[in-house]
Design a protein around this ligand. Structure first.
Ligand code: MTE
Ligand code: MO
Length: 199
């Protein structure tokens, strides 16, 4: 399996300003309850501005080529967890299958349980952005997003949507759940883009 190790900090301080380390502990941060997911009715869809809309069953998802990505995780509530080894499918592989139209510039990510988040499309072409099924060699637990979560290591972790069910590609940005509720629209930890208002 291909192992991708990218310096999440990219030459900046490894731990972004205002963050503390949790060590081996891995907090669970969820708004609301952990949804129940049934793999028999589960699907993953890519819709909107794509040439080839996708709708994959779990069996079809499991056929996709996998990678491992080592990356740090930074939550806006100030904890950081370093050196997570994620296993899953690179986001750009999925986009290559769906073939975004030239007008597509943003992505709306949706999940079981109703959570949403938004990203510029180019963020999902970064080498370390993936849809993860595994963490440190083990399948994800339900609280951490089983069966599938998005991981976008270079942005605050609220963008790393758990229980992800699909993407919609858009020409105009569409703020997600936290982005509509006061969090920054982009969320770069090194620029401390925590909230959309100034403190
Ligand atoms: N579907 C969904 N995804 C989510 C959240 C959520 O509430 N619902 N919380 C986000 C936040 S704020 C963080 S910090 C990370 C936490 O991931 P963890 O619980 O696996 O540590 O998940 C993100 N993904
Ligand atoms: Mo978070």
């Amino acid at each position: 399996m291909e192992r991708i190790e990218i310096d999440t900090a990219r030459g900046k301080e490894r731990v972004p300003p205002g963050q503390y380390l949790v060590g081996d502990r891995w907090p669970v941060l969820t708004y609301g309850a952990t949804p129940e997911v049934d793999l028999r009715s589960w699907d993953f869809s890519v819709s909107g501005l794509v040439e080839n809309p996708l709708r994959l069953t779990w069996e079809e998802w499991e056929e996709l080529p996998t990678v491992e990505v080592k990356a740090d995780m930074h939550c806006v509530t100030s904890w950081s967890k370093l050196d997570n080894l994620w296993g899953g499918v690179q986001a750009k592989r999925v986009l290559e299958l769906a073939r975004p139209k030239p007008e597509a510039r943003y992505v709306s990510v949706f999940c079981d349980g109703g959570y949403t988040t938004n990203l510029p499309l180019e963020e999902l072409y970064e080498e370390d952005a993936l849809f993860a099924t595994h963490h440190d060699g083990e399948p994800l637990t339900p609280d951490h997003g089983w069966p599938l979560r998005l991981v976008v290591p270079r942005l605050y972790a609220w963008k790393s949507a758990k229980w992800v069910r699909g993407l919609e590609l858009l020409a105009e940005d569409r703020p997600g759940f936290w982005e509509q509720n006061g969090y920054h629209n982009y969320g770069d930890p090194w620029r401390e883009q925590r909230y959309s208002f100034s403190l």
